[in-house]
Design a protein around this ligand. Structure first.
Ligand code: FAS
Ligand code: PHB
Length: 391
């Protein structure tokens, strides 16, 4: 067994693990990332696309501010289409911020990997069978196999950044898991075609929800609400484009330009929160601890806010501080997580076609949406949650 030491062992090279490693490395804290997949797979995932200002600031602290400034698109508003009638939510004007930045998660991951490796940081790709050991001691360890050799990494702290299907959450004994599985899914495509509008359109339509987003420069990221168990083979490109047109409504359907479909995915929707987010010297961050339906564009941003709190807590502790921030990490992170869970639940409930789409609740949701689009106060509440609550 090959044994060595580091200060912080990080499980997972997704946005949470990479961002944490980068922030700690800039504070001269030694880290090792153990990632189960290969680099090509990790860099090939197409996921989130909207960054809160707090996330942009953190990426700046992590040394990739120039890339986000250069390639990101600042959006001062979003549009909500109610049965084909579009209304703009003036995110910037209602919150006094610049709004949000459209910048793909794929670019975040690729850039952070390149910066880490370029600065001599270590990522062990294809690390098999990673398992945290003795997390209740002050020398927690990570065991894993790499290149057919058993390894042991002795750490001061372990960060579980291994996503919803990772190993970390199961090492928080007695954790309470709050969960809601939604009766919807999203069929998403990435298309070589300009988006129908320069800003995102969230469409509520009797046929179902649709989202018209983008990936600079000049590509569309488009989603349709669908049944959780759809067979993608029954959704050829032509059918997807036709449905996207219909959910924009007759006045706006002509705005949609078709193009080659480069990527498709079906994303199930669930809301999950694990409490607490730590045990001993194991700390969970990102999807390892919580999941949101993507409607509110919070998943990646919550990973970033966890890392904001965890990185500062680890730095304080490594500098001989009291450890108070580490003690408070779970409570501090969860306070923000639950507010984002609520917002994601509200946006999803409001905009998706409910199972009982002709009952009392369906009419209430329609009334709420009509109220939202007629009330500057209600729009301001949506805006401050969408751009991101304070860290
Ligand atoms: P991640 O899941 O990104 O990263 C975890 C990493 O850990 C992965 O690289 C994984 O390979 C690795 N890992 C897992 N188990 C391991 C083990 N045992 N040992 C070592 N490594 C292990 N969010 C949005 O805001 N907007 C969106 O549109 C959106 N779309 C999404 C679409 C899909 C299909 C999915 C699954 C998620 C989507 N999300 C979206 C949420 C997503 O962006 C997450 O919030 C974000 O990836 C969270 O980052 P991490 O916490 O780093 O987890
Ligand atoms: C995306 O561009 O992928 C995206 C944007 C906003 C969302 C979800 C996904 O709410």
């Amino acid at each position: 067994m090959a044994t060595r030491r580091t200060q912080v062992g990080i499980i997972g090279a997704g946005p949470a693990g990479l961002l944490l490693a980068q922030l700690l490395m800039r504070e001269n804290i030694d880290t090792v990332i153990l990632e189960s997949r290969d680099r090509t797979h990790v860099e090939g995932r197409i996921r989130a696309g909207v960054l809160e200002q707090g996330t942009v600031n953190l990426l700046g602290e992590a040394g990739m501010g120039e890339e986000v400034m250069r390639d990101g698109q600042v959006h001062g508003g979003i549009e909500i289409s109610l049965d084909g009638r579009r209304s703009r939510i003036d995110l910037a004007g209602l919150t006094g911020t610049s709004g949000v930045t459209v910048y793909g998660q794929t670019q975040v991951v690729r850039t952070l990997i390149a910066k880490r490796l370029g600065a001599g940081g270590e990522i062990v790709f294809e690390a098999d069978g990673v398992v945290p050991i003795d997390v209740e001691s002050n020398r927690p360890r990570l065991r894993y196999r790499s290149g057919g050799v058993e390894h042991e990494l002795v750490c001061d702290f372990i960060a579980g950044c291994d996503g919803f299907h990772g190993v970390s959450r199961s090492h928080v004994p007695g954790a309470r898991v709050y969960e809601r599985v939604w009766p919807h899914a999203w069929l998403g495509i990435l298309a070589e075609a300009p988006p129908p509008s320069p800003e995102l359109i969230y469409a509520r339509h009797p046929r179902g929800f649709a989202l018209y987003s983008m990936r600079p420069p000049g590509r569309s990221r488009l989603y349709l609400q669908c049944e959780p168990d759809i067979d993608p083979a029954e959704w050829p490109d032509g059918r997807i484009w036709e449905e996207l047109r219909r959910r924009l409504g007759p006045d706006d359907a002509g705005m949609l330009q078709e193009g080659p479909v480069l990527e498709r995915l079906v994303a199930s929707m669930r809301s999950v929160v694990t409490e607490p987010m730590h045990h001993g010297r194991l700390f969970l961050a990102g999807d390892a601890a919580h999941i949101v339906p993507p409607t509110g564009a919070k998943g990646l941003n919550l990973a970033a806010s966890d890392v904001h709190y965890l990185s500062r807590a680890i730095v304080e502790s490594c500098r001989g501080g009291s450890g108070a921030r580490l003690e408070a990490y779970s409570r501090t992170a969860l306070a923000r997580v639950w507010k984002a869970e609520r917002f994601s639940w509200w946006m999803t409930t409001l905009l998706h076609r409910p199972v009982d789409h002709e009952g009392f609740e369906a009419r209430i949701l329609l009334a709420e949406l009509e109220y939202l689009l007629s009330s500057p106060v209600a729009m301001a509440s949506l805006a401050e949650n969408y751009v991101g609550l304070p860290l």
